[in-house]
Design a protein around this ligand. Structure first.
Ligand code: PFF
Length: 453
C-alpha cells in the first residue's frame, strides 16, 4: 500500500505521534481538569491511567495498524468482521468527527488570542479580572468565534491535503522543544509569584477525599485524550509505520513527552491561579484568563506571549491533523473516495457540528445553559466525545487485541523488526486484564453514583 505514504524514520514517527498527543490536551485541558477535579489526587489517577491503560493501549493500536495497514474500520473488518467490531470502528470515526468539531473551537480561541496578543490588547487589559471580562465578551461574539473555528479547520484540511509525510513530520520537528522551554519559563514565573503557595499545595498535596466517580472518569478520560488513544488515531498512524520500528519504545517516548508537557503546564497555570485570586474550578476558560496576566509580569512579555500562542497553534495543528486523519483514512480506504474529497467532506461536516459548541459560551443562551441539564453544550460534547467515547474505544481495542486477535499474533507483529520486547509479559497482563478491567471499574462506579444520586 505504498500509495498511502509512510513515515521515513522512527524519529519521524515519534515526533508525529508526540505531535498528535501534545496539543490542547496538555496545555489547556490538563490544567483546567486538574483544577476542577481536586488537584493532586487527579494528577495521581491521571498518571496511573497513562501507564496502566495508556501505554498498553497505545502499543495495541500501533501494532494493529501496522499489521493491517488500514484505518480502524478496515482493521476490525480484516481481522474479524463481526457486527460488534464494525460498530467499534464506526465509533472511532464518529469520535474523529466530533472531537475535531469541538477541539477546533478552542483552538480558534487560541488563534484569536494570538491576534489580540499581537495587537497589544493584553498590554492594557492584563489583570486576571480584566482579561476575564475581555474573554467573556470575546467568546460570546458568535461571528468571531465561528470565523476562528473555520480558520483552524481550513488550516488543518490544507495540511492533510498535502499528505502524511510532508504535512506532519516537518511541522512537529523543531518547534515542540521551543514550546517546552517557554512552558518551563512560564512555570518558573508562576511558582515565584506571591500567593503561588496555595496553588502549589493544591497541585502537589493529594486530598483523597476528592476521589469520586466523576473525577475518576475525568482523570482517565484526560489520560486517553491527551495520549490520542481510543479512536484509532495511533492505529491509523501505525498503519503508515515501517516494519523495522520498535513500537513499545515509540509508545513510551510519546507518553513520556506528553506527561512532561502536561505536568509543566500544571506548574505554569495552577500556582498563578491562586496568586491572582482566581478559582481553580473555572473550567475551559482557566488558561485564557490566567496566562495573559503571567505574560504581563514577565520581562519581554509581549514577545513571549506572541511566541507562546504561535507555538501552541503549531502544537494544535499537529493534533488536529491526526484527528482528521482517522475519518479521512476511512473514506479513502473503505469507500474509495479521493483524499481531497474525503478531507473536504469531513472538514465541512466538522465545521457545522462544531457550531453549537462554539455558541456555548454566551453567544446562545440555549447552548450556554441547556434546559434541564444545568450545564453547557460544550461540556456535554467534550465529555461524551472525549472522556466517554475514548474510554469505550480503549476498552474495545484492548479486548479486541487481547481476546479476539490474540496476544501471540500481536507479539509476532511487534517482533517483526527483530526487536526483543522484554516487557512482553507485563504488557500482555496489562492489555488482557488491567486496562479493560480498570475502564469497567470506572464506568461501574459512575453508574452506581448515578443511581445513588
Ligand atoms: N491528544 C490531543 C491533545 O491532547 O491535544 C488531542 C487528540 C488527538 C485526541 C487525537 C484524540 C485523538 F485521537
Amino acid at each position: 500500500m505504498a500509495s498511502r505514504g509512510g513515515f521515513s524514520s522512527r524519529i519521524g514517527f515519534i515526533l508525529a505521534g508526540a505531535g498528535s498527543a501534545i496539543g490542547l490536551g496538555a496545555v489547556w485541558r490538563f490544567p483546567y481538569m486538574t483544577g476542577a477535579n481536586g488537584g493532586a489526587v487527579f494528577v495521581l489517577v491521571f498518571l496511573a491511567c497513562c501507564f496502566l491503560i495508556g501505554v498498553p493501549v497505545m502499543i495495541a493500536e500501533i501494532t494493529l495498524g501496522r499489521h493491517t495497514e488500514r484505518n480502524p474500520v478496515g482493521t476490525f473488518q480484516l481481522l474479524h468482521g463481526g457486527r460488534l467490531w464494525k460498530a467499534v470502528g464506526a465509533l472511532c470515526v464518529l469520535s474523529g468527527f466530533m472531537i475535531f468539531s469541538w477541539y477546533s473551537v478552542i483552538a480558534g480561541w487560541v488563534l484569536g488570542y494570538l491576534w489580540e496578543a499581537v495587537r497589544g490588547t493584553f498590554n492594557t487589559a492584563h489583570t486576571a479580572d480584566e482579561v476575564g471580562r475581555f474573554f467573556a465578551a470575546y467568546v460570546s461574539h458568535a461571528p468571531t468565534v465561528l470565523f476562528l473555528h473555520f480558520l483552524i479547520i481550513a488550516a488543518t484540511a490544507g495540511i492533510v491535503l498535502r499528505g502524511v509525510k510532508e504535512g506532519i513530520e516537518r511541522l512537529s520537528k523543531w518547534l515542540m522543544p521551543v514550546l517546552f522551554v517557554l512552558l518551563i519559563l512560564l512555570a518558573i514565573r508562576s511558582v515565584t509569584l506571591p500567593g503561588a503557595g496555595a496553588g502549589l499545595e493544591f497541585y502537589l498535596r493529594p486530598d483523597f477525599s476528592k476521589v469520586n466517580p466523576r473525577m475518576l472518569l475525568a482523570a482517565m478520560g484526560q489520560a486517553l485524550f491527551s495520549l490520542s488513544i481510543g479512536m484509532g488515531t495511533m492505529l491509523t498512524y501505525g498503519s503508515y509505520l515501517a516494519k523495522r520500528e520498535d513500537i513499545p519504545a515509540s509508545a513510551m517516548w510519546i507518553t513520556f513527552f506528553e506527561i512532561l508537557v502536561s505536568i509543566v503546564a500544571g506548574f505554569a497555570v495552577l500556582p498563578a491561579v491562586s496568586a491572582m485570586g482566581q478559582s481553580f474550578t473555572e473550567g475551559p476558560r482557566l488558561i485564557f484568563v490566567v496566562l495573559p496576566s503571567i505574560f504581563a509580569m514577565m520581562p519581554g512579555g509581549y514577545l513571549f506571549g506572541v511566541g507562546f500562542y504561535v507555538l501552541v497553534i503549531i502544537a494544535v495543528l499537529t493534533s488536529t491533523v491526526s484527528i482528521l486523519e482517522v475519518p479521512v483514512a476511512y473514506f479513502v480506504d473503505e469507500r474509495g473516495w479521493s483524499r481531497r474529497a474525503a478531507t473536504l467532506f469531513v472538514s465541512g461536516v466538522a465545521f457545522v457540528l462544531g457550531i453549537p459548541a462554539g455558541l456555548a459560551f454566551g453567544a446562545s443562551a440555549f447552548f450556554t445553559s441547556l434546559p434541564g441539564l444545568h450545564t453547557d453544550f460544550f461540556t456535554v460534547v467534550s465529555t461524551l466525545f472525549g472522556d466517554v467515547s475514548l474510554s469505550v474505544g480503549c476498552f474495545f481495542i484492548a479486548v479486541f487485541l487481547a481476546w479476539v486477535w490474540g496476544v501471540p499474533r500481536a507479539l509476532a507483529e511487534l517482533r517483526t523488526g527483530g526487536h526483543t520486547f522484554r516487557l512482553a509479559p507485563v504488557w500482555a497482563f496489562l492489555i488482557r486484564y488491567v486496562a479493560p478491567i480498570s475502564i469497567l471499574v470506572v464506568f461501574a462506579n459512575l453508574l452506581i453514583g448515578l443511581f445513588a444520586d
